[in-house]
Design a protein around this ligand. Sequence first.
Ligand code: NAG
Ligand code: NAG
Ligand code: NAG
Ligand code: CU
Length: 333
Amino acid sequence: MRPSALGLSLIIPAIIPAVVAHGSLYEVTIAGQLHMGNVPENPPIGNASIIRQIDAVSPVLGTDNPFLTCGQGAPLAADVASAMPGDAVTLWWRGGDLQNWPHNTGPIMTYMASCGDTPCNQYNGSDAQWFKISQLGQQSDGTWYQSIIMNGGVANATIPSNIAPGNYLMRHELIALQNAATEGLAEFYPSCVQLTIGGSGTGVPTADETCTFPGCYSETDPGIYDPTVYDPGSSYTFPGPPVAAFVTAGSPGASNSTTASGSSPSGTSTSDPGSSSGSGGYPGSGGSSTSWGHHHHTCHLVSPSASASASVYPRRISRIMRDLHHARNAQLH
Ligand SMILES: *[C@@H]1O[C@H](CO)[C@@H](O)[C@H](O)[C@H]1NC(C)=O
Ligand SMILES: *[C@@H]1O[C@H](CO)[C@@H](O)[C@H](O)[C@H]1NC(C)=O
Ligand SMILES: *[C@@H]1O[C@H](CO)[C@@H](O)[C@H](O)[C@H]1NC(C)=O
Ligand SMILES: [Cu+2]
């Protein structure tokens, strides 16, 4: 019995698809219109999309990591979607195994940045000035909104109702905090969507509501290095700037979702890192000496060879993903 069990344990890692964990932004709807992403692969060579394709599903580690901008190895995507102020956006994440997103502990945040006069499918993003349009932390029962995604649900965003027209990237980010009691092991999953927004709004962020990625975060931000993350009733402090004032001013009720629903059950815990950091800017804006990319990553679902094998993502998975997608559409529409 022991020998065969051992034999199995040696064989199984080789036959299980190694992309069993982590994940990526899989599809986006804008005002009900569907936009597919591509399965992560290395190099990213997927179908035209508005979602920048990452080259590996593994997390971005380290607050100085250049992949914090738009995700692991993500080049420009080919397409840009039109959107209007007030449009509802849904963002659906999938695990690297094409099952549900595997993490349930950590915030969901949405940023936007102007691409200026450059269409966002030609705009790099490393110098983009990002502002926050939403952030969700824990629900009133203490579970995280991210658990909704783990259970197969979508995340939501709203194009700010008074946003000035123009070219914008939307940066949707999940942070997984299961290892965040150790400095340097918060897992960042950013993803960028390329938009052009119409209308006649006037809303823009103020300079102190924007920051760059990398730059917005510091390794020691309380919402990134979080030793109390699993303590019942512990508070959570969102990293990055506060939600831009023009966003909350322009949408009645929005301030509730950026404070009350984003905070712990007590409703008192969500501090505003932007204002508390004073005139010195955000904690990460000065740049730190944190090294990145060298941590040995652990994730409760990851197999030891996951990151290596992500680079040989089987083409057939793309087909499976498309099939899944069609099946899901058939259900939804
Ligand atoms: C942005 O520019 C940096 C530096 O040249 C480069 O490494 C990166 O791949 C570029 N990203 C995109 C999306 O073009
Ligand atoms: C997104 O909106 C849907 C529909 O209202 C809701 O069921 C879902 O819980 C929301 N997702 C999150 C992460 O809040
Ligand atoms: C926001 O909070 C205020 C005060 O608690 C409440 O009166 C209002 O109904 C809330 N709005 C929404 C949209 O939940
Ligand atoms: Cu993971």
